[in-house]
Design a protein around this ligand. Structure first.
Ligand SMILES: [Zn+2]
Length: 188
């Protein structure tokens, strides 16, 4: 059961890893954005809430933003229809200092602006980090599968590596059942 769960997680992780690589490469010439935006007005009071995920320049950016104030003074650099208008010099988004090419930050960044009328938080995670994180589980799976295959071929116990060529049914060392294919192997 645990083994099956591990294989399912590894397979999903592998797909995620491939998706990360595609997004990583794509991010250098495409700007991708997905998210949820809501903007409303009640008389002179305007309210806005955003959650956006942006992929660009080797990084994935998570924006969480909230505004409640003058309805005609919505932050000008926030998206209205799902597509951000990026205008540098405006101050309602945290200024990104850790760019991908800034090796000292390894592409990570977190910034926030908290005012009575506005809360804006941004988190940047580099695509390379997500790719490596997603690759861990499939790599462990691959190494385990290789070891099992190597031990099977050599006539060794898949669990503890004990030489099983003179044994049958169970490993005398750890008690693991011997696969039928191994039992039939002649003693060398
Ligand atoms: Zn064994």
């Amino acid at each position: 059961m645990r083994r099956r769960l591990f294989i399912v997680i590894s397979a999903l992780s592998l797909m995620l890893c491939l998706a990360c690589i595609i997004m990583w490469v794509r991010s250098y010439w495409r700007y991708d954005e997905a998210g949820w935006n809501q903007r409303s007005r009640n008389g002179s009071v305007g309210e806005a809430e955003y959650f956006n995920v942006v992929s660009e320049c080797g990084q994935l950016r998570f924006d969480l933003q909230w505004y409640r104030g003058n309805a005609i003074a919505f932050p000008a650099d926030w998206p209205t229809d799902g597509v951000s208008v990026r205008r540098p010099g405006l101050d309602s988004r945290p200024a990104v200092s850790g760019r991908y090419d800034d090796f000292g930050h390894f592409g990570f960044f977190y910034g926030s602006i908290v005012r009575p009328d506005l809360v804006s938080r941004s988190l940047l995670v580099p695509h390379w980090f997500l790719t490596i994180a997603a690759a861990i589980s499939p790599s462990v799976w691959w190494c385990k599968a290789r070891r099992t295959k190597r031990r099977n071929t050599a006539g060794l116990c898949k669990k503890c590596g004990y030489d099983l060529r003179a044994s049958k049914d169970r490993c005398p060392e750890c008690g693991t059942a011997i696969p039928a294919a191994l039992v039939r192997r002649p003693v060398a």
